[in-house]
Ligand binder design. Sequence first.
Ligand SMILES: Cc1cc2nc3c(=O)[nH]c(=O)nc-3n(C[C@H](O)[C@H](O)[C@H](O)COP(=O)(O)OP(=O)(O)OC[C@H]3O[C@@H](n4cnc5c(N)ncnc54)[C@H](O)[C@@H]3O)c2cc1C
Length: 402
Amino acid sequence: MVYEHHVTSSSEQGVVIVGGGLAAARTAEQLRRSGYTGRVTIVSDEMHVPYDRPPLSKEVLRKEADDVALKPREWYDENDITLRLGAAATGLDTTAQTVTLAGGTALGYDELVIATGLVPRRIPAFGDLGGIHVLRSFDESLALREHAVRARHGVVVGAGFIGCEVAASLRGLGVDVVLVEPQPTPLAAVLGERIGELVARLHRDEGVDVRLGVGVAEVRGQGSVEAVVLTDGTELPADLVVVGIGSHPATDWLAGSGVEVDGVDGGVLCDEAGRTTAPNVWALGDVASWRDATGHQARVEHWSNVADQTRVVVPAMLGQEVAPTTVVPYFWSDQYDVKIQCLGEPEATDTVHLVEDDGRKFLAYYERDGVLVGVVGGGMPGKVMKVRAKIAAGAPISEMLG
Ligand SMILES: Cc1cc2nc3c(=O)[nH]c(=O)nc-3n(C[C@H](O)[C@H](O)[C@H](O)COP(=O)(O)OP(=O)(O)OC[C@H]3O[C@@H](n4cnc5c(N)ncnc54)[C@H](O)[C@@H]3O)c2cc1C
């Protein structure tokens, strides 16, 4: 499939990418790899060159890594990519084709790529008490680490992937951790309760106090947090709180631009090639809600998805052939020594076949209407990857269990 409109290397303003994360860096890289020699500008509100986020809740927090840059700064010079760091986009005019930056500068574009990722949710009732953290950026990871090395009692609010990883890393730093989750298990909404129970077991075996089916009512303290009160009335001592209750798409700067966002989920609405509802404007990564082959809009908050989308959006922007591929979605999460991996599109409502469980490591197939739709493994990398072709082929579950 080839799209009619496209940018050429001689277009005057070139491609402006708003956002300074994985999607921005990969898009710029793919543009150059595809032979585009026109202007490429990355506009980021952060001062760091684009960096990788998965280590922020793992190696960086555990003090095992500090350099998370996706590419060294020189790479951008060598590839003639302009980095405008510390420059937040505050507005977009899709008629004049300009992005407004904080301070008022207007930056023209021929093609605009929205890659602004997510903003972590906070709990307004917690106010501005010290010692309460969220984790999305490198600076937030460093601040959390700096606090964690002198903290004793940590409460992690929310047992999604980031909450679970932070709980594991805090344990590694010797902090006593309580993990609080209103759902019946960790990761229940993504992987279902059967696998969620195995994840809870893993954390309990590592000494985490996992409190399920209960929420957080309030925090107490003078200037800095001293206690967390749960909705069942329990008061937990806490000198460190991490809020991991999800994030929402960073789209405030698009208000009034004509770029439509999903009314429920807030993601930038895109077609199956990343084209938004405004001309010459594209979106990818965590902020974008792409249409799939069935017409369904979905936003994916996983690392591998960025590469999958870059391989589509860049050729589409350049008017090049988009090679048809079968993508089997993938993500991972490292908790202690266990790498949890997920291939395919399992849903919490699928039938789960737990085919291996040694008390710590496990392997499960997810079935929908008799078909294998996903595999989830804990500490089983080879066995997870082996199932890729079967998922792509829509193999009957009986083939896997026979
Ligand atoms: C702590 C953590 C751990 C993770 N671990 C895993 C993992 O183990 N496995 C996995 O599959 N995925 C993981 N992920 C998810 C993965 O990192 C994301 O899918 C990926 O970072 C998405 O890239 P992105 O470029 O879309 O967004 P981001 O990486 O969030 O980049 C967005 C960038 O845009 C900037 N920005 C926002 N608004 C503006 C504005 N108005 N103007 C200018 N710039 C702006 C932001 O500051 C940021 O630099 C993790 C994410 C986090 C936060």
